[in-house]
Design a protein around this ligand. Structure first.
Ligand code: GDP
Ligand code: MG
Length: 297
């Protein structure tokens, strides 16, 4: 095939607080939108933002485990941190140019030693240091870990950010767009809505449907009269699961839909029309597993 294949992947951004993770993400995503997930409802949702480019979709995720793990590095935190760096395609490890590598960076690097994905060292805030200092930092960090790339930049003024995006692009595998490209504007609501539907599926089907179910909100439209029309797909892996979710004469799906709709109406504070579909997509299982890892289900 001569045509360029679509690329996609998950990019995790890690580093101590205040190194500039949010600033960098804002810079990459531009004014389009940054999805802030500090709402309590979205604590499980670590997806921070989606960058759609021609032929490419980058899904940026946050890894809360690692930066919280810095003071008390207990096993649980290590596990959390590891699970969030395990199945990503690229890891961006952010540090500050105006500080030497310290104990905390060392601990994070120790964790990264077990990551499979390539790790880019992002030396941020280069606007604050002289060139010699930057070169010192690069040498000091390069001695600590076999970084795939070392990218000095300033998230604040944008220097070096474009190059970073190109390097990320070059690292991502071929793959589908995981999210529709209009999803940016209402992502938090969509996530919560998907989560509510998923929860109803579990609650009502008990243990018959495994955790690999993925709910995807396909469209989310506000009509002129204020009613919000939502359609969502419940992806399951096998025909048998589809049967369970739909139920006899569609009873189960009806119940799921009704209970979910009531919760969503409460959440959005408006009337909702909710349309649900059930689809068997075995190739979803991989994506699903991955998305689940990151709290998106
Ligand atoms: P996070 O905690 O890692 O998400 O860090 P933030 O993105 O919130 O940034 C922490 C502080 O560093 C903020 O005051 C930013 O304005 C500042 N900052 C971020 N990137 C840069 C940079 O490239 N240069 C300078 N001088 N300051 C930066
Ligand atoms: Mg932040």
């Amino acid at each position: 095939m001569t045509e360029k294949q679509f690329r996609s992947g998950f990019v995790s951004i890690i580093g101590r607080p205040n190194v500039g993770k949010s600033t960098l993400l804002n810079r990459i995503l531009g004014d389009k939108i940054v999805i802030t997930s500090d709402k309590p409802q979205t604590t499980r949702n670590r997806i921070q933002g989606i960058h759609n480019l021609p032929g490419c979709q980058m899904v940026f995720i946050d890894t809360p485990g690692i930066h919280r793990a810095t003071s008390k590095l207990n096993k649980y935190m290590v596990d959390v941190a590891l699970s969030s760096i395990k199945e990503v395609d690229v890891i961006l490890f952010l540090v500050e140019a105006d500080a030497k590598p310290a104990h905390q960076e060392g601990m994070i690097l120790e964790l990264l030693g077990r990551a499979e994905a390539p790790v880019f060292l992002i030396i941020n805030k280069i606007d604050l240091v002289a060139k010699e200092t930057l070169l010192e930092r690069i040498a000091a960090y390069a001695a600590l870990y076999p970084f795939r790339e070392i990218v000095p930049l300033s998230a604040l003024n944008g220097d070096g950010v474009e190059r970073l995006v190109e390097l990320i692009y070059g690292t991502l595998p071929e793959g589908p767009a995981y999210f529709p490209d209009d999803i940016l504007t209402d992502l938090p609501e969509r996530f919560i809505v998907a989560e509510i539907i998923r929860e109803k599926v579990f609650r009502l089907t008990h243990d018959e449907v495994p955790y690999s179910v993925a709910v995807v909100v396909e469209s989310f439209k506000e009509r002129a009269d204020g009613l919000i029309s939502i359609s969502a797909t419940i992806n399951v892996e096998r025909e048998s699961q589809k049967g369970i979710v739909i139920g006899r004469k569609g009873e189960m799906l009806k119940k799921v839909g009704m209970q979910a709709r009531l919760d969503i109406e409460e959440l959005l504070d408006t009337r909702v029309f909710l349309e649900l579909f059930v689809r068997v997509s075995s190739d979803w299982s991989d994506n699903t597993r991955m998305l689940k890892e990151f709290g998106y289900q």
